[in-house]
Design a protein. Sequence first.
Length: 269
Amino acid sequence: MKETSFLIFWPSFRATLKQQFLLLTRYPVNLVANFLLVLVMVIVVTLVITIFVPQGMELQFRGITLYGFVIYIFLTHTIWSAGFSIQKEKVQGTLTSLYLSPVSRFSTLLARSLAALSWTAIASAVGLLLAQAFTGPLPFHRPWLALGILFLTISSFVGLSFAIAGFTLRFGETVELVANVLEFSLMGLCALFFPFSVLPAALQNVARAIPLSYSVDAFRTVSLGQAQPELLPLKAELIIVAVTGLLGPLVGYIIYLINEKSIRRQGTL
């Protein structure tokens, strides 16, 4: 049974992934523009740190900001590229043919997310190299652990993209307002560009209730070689990161199926 499931899953996943990469390359101007946007944002953030951060603290704040910026880039592309990709197909009229074909829904959602986030990974890596060319090398301690944390964080973002795709399928473009609020709320509450200690005490308590905060804290702590994270001991944060990373896609897919079932009952799919 498991072998049969895999034989059904793999072809649809591979075909959808190929389709998504073809869609990316079909519009090279848009592809390059998104890539350059990431680089411009990295340059602006680097220049702001260089100008306004006091000497002696520049390296620490540059690391905190740029490593947080990497997670932010994946977050925003998860919401707007991966999560809303199904809305584009709905508008283009290709979503109907997808639902008429006997393909795995999970594989198609996963392929959409991975195609968008793979380009994000390339842009983030180039952006960090460009920032270091301007201001000098960033510390990067325990690289395998840091990359593992980032991988699990991206996995949780994949689950977020599934959930957004489900809500988009059900509510259409009205979800954009909620997505904007979600993006900017997480950007502030999860301290993506500054230490958690900067947040007021009440907001720090809110930050501790958001799993993404621990991913940000653990990733920056490990990458910068700091002794301990700001929110919890490192082992505790790693457990939270692992749980959210492993369960995120499953929870997001369940949310997607609930919304899909709802619109099927309404006859609006």
